[in-house]
Write a protein that binds this ligand. Structure first.
Ligand code: TYD
Ligand code: MG
Length: 486
């Protein structure tokens, strides 16, 4: 039999290639391909059954039956529980990914300390010594909690410990990249080790009904296997994200077999660790004490929660060369699309201008409904006319310039009203397409008490700015590119 060839495995996405190259063709990452010893567990088909034993037949059961609703371990940190879908699930595996230093260890130590009242909590650190974890616990004011600590990296030792657990138990493994299985030759942190370690830990967790929480660092350097290779093995994948300079951290569910995946939890990193932010709208609105050109408030939805967030744009004449387009918190290609639509369908000229777009507070928005607010911020900055301060917007913009309806209209308007907004610029609603139980009303005051203005096309958006200018409450246009009048 031919000798099995070595495999070249991308440490970022896990793809195997027959030869080495500088760039992984699957995920595009550079310098991530590492030679790994050939796997000897390649499936070879079933072959003939050993001995006389005939294969066991599967016991099929009907789809209909009693499923006892998933029991939950409620940790008591509400933002965390909600993102998990109502708490941790016994016998499941959760992966918490995020950049190094973002606060994963801090969050999980706080979660473990809070959950220690309801379940046994074990915190296994492969990165920090016991004393370091203790010092952090003191700083977080959770040193009294009944959490069992261990500093270990050998999966064999950890597995032996997990075998002896009784009752509900949360096992935090910080981090999976430091764990190793002694039957493999590769170094800790390689795809092979990360996969094998996770597989073993998850297998025990499922069998014993424990909840295992794996920490995975996301790195671009490629020496350490990214959490992406684990995503299909675990039940829930959460990402902890935020801008380094901001104190806000967003916990986002990207996969969840036991709950929704669009939910976010908002935390604030302070002196004493992470604090929950139960009402994030106020926080992402920024300091709004004056009407500034280039700012627009988007009435968004994150998971089940409405979230108002300020979108800021700056359109400035470019010096020579190709003008810059820079985005923080939104998709750059989506910005290019909105700019192109405003130019082609709205007759505005952004060419020759640099465009900067920023979502306040370090939030990242993925909803297409943000298009209209982005467009408004852009038009506002280009024409140097501020949006009325008490106005929110939402709506998706199509390539022909039409503004498309989006969901959760009533929830968005309610949140805006709650925070003192008086007017909303929204897509034209299709007759009968209102929220259940509500009738479609023409433009005017909605049932939330907010004045509604329907924007059907980007031309209407530009006209809205002109109307405001005519009404005399607005700064005159400063630059060229302002929409022509009449
Ligand atoms: P950490 O939880 O160690 O990050 P990760 O496990 O994701 O690598 O968080 C480290 C950062 O958090 C560090 O830069 C300091 C900051 N921090 C605070 O600001 N306040 C605190 O109370 C704690 C414990 C950490
Ligand atoms: Mg850590």
């Amino acid at each position: 039999m031919a000798r099995a060839a070595a495999r070249y495995v991308c440490q970022s996405c896990g793809a195997a290639h027959p030869k080495w190259s500088g760039r992984c063709e699957d995920c595009g990452a550079w310098n991530t391909i590492v030679e790994e010893a050939p796997r000897d567990d390649v499936p070879r088909g079933l072959g003939a059954a050993k001995g006389k034993s005939s294969s066991r037949k599967l016991d099929f059961v009907p789809l209909k039956g009693t499923a006892d609703g998933t029991p939950r371990l409620v940790t008591g940190i509400a933002e965390f529980d909600r993102v998990c879908g109502g708490g941790l699930v016994p016998g499941s595996a959760l992966l918490l990914g995020g950049d190094p230093g973002i606060g994963k260890s801090t969050l999980l130590l706080q979660v473990a300390a809070r959950a220690a009242g309801t379940a046994a909590c074990v915190y296994i650190s492969g990165e920090e010594a016991i004393d370091q974890v203790r010092m952090r616990a003191q700083r977080l004011d959770v040193a009294e909690a009944n959490v069992q600590l261990a500093s270990a990296t050998s999966v064999r030792d950890i597995a032996a410990g997990m075998e002896s657990a009784v009752g509900p138990c949360i096992v935090v493994i910080d981090s999976i990249q430091t764990m190793y299985v002694d039957t493999l030759d590769s170094a800790p942190g390689t795809v092979a080790q990360v996969r094998a370690s996770a597989q073993e830990l998850i297998r025990i967790a499922k069998r014993k009904g424990l909840t295992v929480v794996l920490v995975g660092h996301v790195t671009k350097e490629g020496v350490i296997a990214g959490p992406r290779v684990l995503e299909h093995m675990v039940d829930t994948v959460l990402y902890f994200e935020g801008e380094r300079g901001h104190q806000f951290r967003i916990l986002r569910a990207v996969k969840n077999r036991y709950g929704p995946t669009d939910e976010i939890g908002v935390f604030e990193m302070g002196e004493r660790g992470l604090g929950e932010v139960p009402n994030p709208s106020a926080l992402f609105l920024g300091e709004r004490n004056a009407e500034v050109p280039g700012a627009a408030v988007f009435a968004g939805i994150e998971g089940t929660r409405p979230l108002l967030v300020e979108i800021q744009a700056l359109v400035a004449p470019a010096p020579l060369g190709s003008p810059r387009r820079a985005v923080v918190g939104w998709d750059a290609s989506r910005l290019a699309q909105v700019l192109a639509v405003l130019e082609a369908r709205g007759g505005l000229a952004f060419a020759g201008n640099e465009v900067y777009l920023n979502v306040a507070g370090g939030l990242r928005i993925v909803e297409p409904a943000a298009d209209l607010a982005v467009a408004a911020a852009l038009v506002s900055s280009l024409t140097d006319r501020a949006m009325p301060r008490a106005t929110v917007l939402f709506g998706e913009i199509g390539l022909s310039g039409e503004v498309r309806p989006v969901g959760h209209v009533a929830t968005r308007l309610k949140e805006a009203a709650k925070l003192g907004f008086a007017e909303a610029w929204i897509p034209k609603r299709r007759p009968g397409s209102q929220a259940p139980g509500k009738t479609s009303a023409p433009a005017g005051a909605g049932e939330s008490g907010i004045q509604l203005r329907e924007i059907e096309h980007v031309r209407d958006l530009i006209a809205a700015f002109q109307d405001q200018a005519r009404a005399g409450q607005w700064n005159p246009a400063r630059r060229g590119g302002a929409p022509g009048r009449g």
